[in-house]
Ligand binder design. Structure first.
Ligand SMILES: NC(=O)c1ccc[n+]([C@@H]2O[C@H](COP(=O)([O-])OP(=O)(O)OC[C@H]3O[C@@H](n4cnc5c(N)ncnc54)[C@H](OP(=O)(O)O)[C@@H]3O)[C@@H](O)[C@H]2O)c1
Length: 301
């Protein structure tokens, strides 16, 4: 197990100090100079996105980086993670604001080092996106082993709890405003339409996402008066490796698209834009809600 292997994709000669001015709990927006001497957007906020080496997580990290956040990426596969960090650094032309910390978020020490590493690097954490997740084996309940059940629940549900717990502790400390509360901090859980729609041969997956819905609501209720909003996003079918089999089979793809009211599979960026909205001041009155981003799939399921 890699316990939060901390790698920073940047030139060591570049300053490691994030530039954020916080006056009475409010982050003052300003620009910083990137490596080419140009001004790059910086909103002084820091977002951690689990499972961000590809798919929805990478799109979310990219969206936040483009909006001026410093971002911390995470996944188990270090090669893919490093590549994702490089891609995002290139797209914002600034490697100082992209850090990767590899590791399996179903392991407690990894979640602790992920959040501690973030705070060490950037001094704060404003947003946590619990995105890392796996589908698991396609099997009926009576065919599932204990190990197969545990793997899905441990990554999708326990990992979300562990990262949330560590982030909340630090949000309460690092995002303090004058009342001693966090300042527009946000936790966003990437769930699934299967938190509501049963999915045969995917009991651990559907159960993990169902659990995530109640974790979102309970955490939202506990934290609402601390300045930390907790919300969920429930994607429908999105074009990522998780749907590789369908995407590579034209017949299966068309069948799936027919069922979706908007008649197409969604793009990871369409989830990322909703995540950025939920983390923003525009969503300041949204707490404990799950937004379905599914092309209308839940209407016909
Ligand atoms: N695609 C869809 O249609 C769809 C629909 C509904 C919900 N979702 C949800 O959206 C989230 C992202 O899915 P996706 O479609 O983008 O999947 P994906 O393309 O397979 O990407 C999953 C990401 O999570 C990482 N990951 C998996 N297990 C991890 C662990 N234990 N610790 C740290 N990182 C881990 C993967 O990297 P490593 O393998 O290297 O760790 C990868 O970066 C999941 O929670 C999924 O349930 C997806």
């Amino acid at each position: 197990m890699v316990a939060g292997n901390f790698s920073q994709d940047r030139d060591s000669s570049i300053s490691t100090t994030p530039i954020a001015v916080i006056i009475r709990g409010y982050v003052i927006l300003h620009d910083i100079m990137n490596e080419e001497g140009n001004h790059s957007k910086n909103n002084g906020r820091v977002a951690v996105v689990t499972g961000s080496s590809k798919g929805i997580g990478k799109a979310i990290a990219t969206e936040f980086a483009n909006a001026g956040y410093s971002v911390v990426l995470n996944a188990r596969n270090e090669v893919e993670l490093k590549q994702a960090a490089e891609d995002i650094s290139k797209s914002i032309k600034d490697s100082r604001k992209v850090v990767s910390i590899s590791g399996d978020i179903s392991q407690e020490p990894v979640c602790i080092s992920l959040i501690e590493g973030t705070v060490k690097q950037f001094g704060r954490i404003d947003v946590l996106v619990n995105n890392a997740g796996i589908g698991g084996e396609s099997k009926k309940i009576h065919e599932l082993t204990e190990k197969e059940w545990d793997e899905v629940i441990d990554i999708n549900l326990k990992g979300t709890f562990l990262c949330t717990r560590e982030a909340v502790k630090n949000m309460m400390k690092s995002g303090s405003n004058i009342q001693g509360n966090a300042n527009n901090c946000s936790i966003i859980n990437i769930s699934s339409v299967h938190e509501q729609i049963p999915q045969p041969e995917s009991a651990p997956y559907a159960a993990s996402k169902g659990g995530m819905e109640m974790l979102t609501k309970t955490a939202a209720l506990e934290l609402a008066d601390s300045g930390i909003r907790v919300n969920g996003i429930a994607p429908g079918a999105i074009a990522t490796d998780m749907n590789k089999e369908v995407l590579e089979n034209q017949e299966k793809k068309e069948k799936k698209e027919q069922r979706i009211p908007v008649h197409r599979i969604g793009q990871p960026e369409e989830i990322a834009k909703v995540a950025l909205f939920l983390a923003s001041e525009n969503a300041s009155y949204i707490a404990g809600t799950t937004i379905y981003v599914d092309g209308g799939l839940t209407l016909v399921s």
